[in-house]
Design a binder for this molecule. Structure first.
Ligand code: FRU
Length: 473
């Protein structure tokens, strides 16, 4: 979006009254995600400020508290002790005379580099864009980067009196993502400039920033992320990963001054509705967990609009001779939501048969290891959505409705993991090598669950079907 569009949208949204459709019980409405985060009421887009401190996962989010459409950008806030159950709390950042509150990140200032710490509690620092010109109070102000801090474990936030910390540079520059670089003991900011260009900046204290480098990454825009990850199958090696808003990523090295990509852009998601990705800062055990806005989902008649993806845990692996690839799977914490599961082993699946006949529901976590063997296609039908693996074409492919990605068999087998919620289906192939997230709008009465094979018999080595409990009750 350009600045004029942002401004028009913001003013139009501000003028509209809040949409209130509250005849259904809160958090149990027809299209309310049952194990994905969505705001209690109003609009959300990007996840912001993902940070972990003292047993709490913070999820800030682009929020319009007043309407189910984009506008009045405010940082909403939710807290979780397990990445799964969320409690929405007070809004954290409200629009001010520098602009409405656009996307950004959060860090733990362990060494009190910014000097905000009072007492023992470490400071959480939010780094955000003040989108000048998107509310009447900030008329004629540019987009700048600002900080705010909390000395009470994220209960309250104070905007820094010296804001902005990064002055306007170009266009609608925005979406600062900050990470600590231990070897050079400085903060590194990845910032979106415009088009498909991004900037890296460095700071000793989160307040004074200097430019390091600009990069241009075709087919991306907005919301960069930048982090280091160990390579799982190369002991002792770690790489720096850069992602754009759509999840496309580069893998390379970073020496505190320059990011040198070694592997060119790869898509993390082969789906739709996966945008404004961001990973958690300060997770224990070097875990890397990404959330995205499932942009573009439809939630007719709901008091809220839009939802987050389920949190995906990353593994970075050497892939082929000279490449690196991110494997993404749902975080293991989902296990606490599993209900009585049903499982099968070594099942012959013949055309026309459906071993899941009679099972019905709206939220599932399905895991299967399948040998297509004589079948041309094997898959699931969930609430009107077909998830299929087709072996016929030259490039064998995994699909979810009309979205698809090439995926090879491993020793004649494929692995599938499928998360189904009331308005989304997330498909993970071969341990997260292929990820196809998307939103859907099932017929409310359609709770069907089926598995099928066509034109020959497939062998289902293992199958586990788990109903998923709501996080809201
Ligand atoms: C991405 C984005 C960001 C911006 C925010 C505004 O979806 O356009 O670039 O900061 O949303 O809500």
């Amino acid at each position: 979006m350009n600045r004029r569009q942002f401004t028009q949208l913001a003013f139009a949204a501000a003028a509209r009254p809040a949409a209130a459709q509250e005849s259904q019980p809160l958090y149990n409405e027809t299209y309310r995600p049952q194990f994905h985060f969505s705001p209690k009421k109003g609009w959300t887009n990007d996840p912001n400020g993902l940070v972990f401190y003292k047993g709490e996962y913070h999820l800030f989010f682009q929020h319009n508290p007043f309407d189910v459409k984009w506008g009045n950008m405010t940082w909403g806030h939710a807290v979780s002790s397990d990445l799964v159950h969320w409690k929405q709390t007070e809004n954290a950042l409200l629009p001010d005379k520098m602009g409405t509150m656009f996307s950004g990140s959060a860090v733990m200032d362990w060494n009190n580099t910014a000097g905000f710490q009072k007492g023992e509690e470490k400071t959480i620092v939010l780094i955000y864009t003040a989108a000048g010109g998107t509310n009447p109070e900030s008329k004629d102000q540019p987009f700048t980067q600002c900080i705010a801090y909390s000395t009470d474990r994220g209960r309250t936030f104070t905007k820094y009196s010296g804001n902005p910390v990064v002055p306007h540079m170009i266009g609608n520059n925005r979406d600062p993502k900050v990470v600590w670089h231990q070897p050079t003991k400085q903060w590194i900011m990845a910032l979106f400039l415009e088009g498909s260009t991004y900037r890296f900046l460095a700071s000793p204290d989160l307040k004074k920033w200097t430019t390091l480098q600009d990069i241009s990454v075709p087919k991306t825009g907005e919301c960069p992320d930048f982090f280091e990850m160990p390579v799982e199958n190369e002991p002792g090696v770690s790489k720096w990963v850069w992602t754009g808003a759509n999840g496309n990523y580069l893998v390379g090295t970073f020496d505190g001054k320059r990011f040198t990509p070694e592997v060119m852009t790869q898509a993390l998601s082969n789906g739709a509705n996966y945008y404004a990705v961001q990973t958690y800062s300060d997770l224990p055990n070097r875990r890397r967990v990404q959330l995205s806005w499932m942009s573009g989902g439809k939630y007719p008649g709901m008091p809220f609009n839009q939802q987050m993806s389920f949190p995906y845990e990353f593994r970075l692996r050497k892939y082929g001779v000279s490449s690196y690839h991110i494997f993404a799977l749902p975080v293991k914490e989902i296990e606490s939501l599993w209900e009585h599961s049903k499982s099968w082993n070594n099942l012959e699946l013949k055309p026309g048969e459906n071993p899941l006949e009679g099972m019905a529901g709206d939220c599932w976590d399905i895991a299967a290891e399948i040998e297509p063997a004589g079948a041309i296609e094997v898959g699931f039908k969930v609430r009107g959505r077909t998830i299929a693996y087709n072996v016929k074409e030259k490039e064998k492919k995994l699909s979810s409705a009309n979205l698809s990605a090439g995926m090879a068999m491993q020793n004649g087998r494929i692995k599938l993991r499928i998360l189904v919620d009331r308005a989304s289906v997330e498909v993970f192939g071969n341990d997260g090598e292929v990820v196809i997230p998307s939103c859907f709008l099932p017929e409310p009465g359609n709770k069907e669950l089926g598995m099928y094979a066509t034109e020959g018999t497939a062998r289902v080595a293992s199958l586990v079907v788990r109903p998923v409990r709501s996080i809201w009750r």
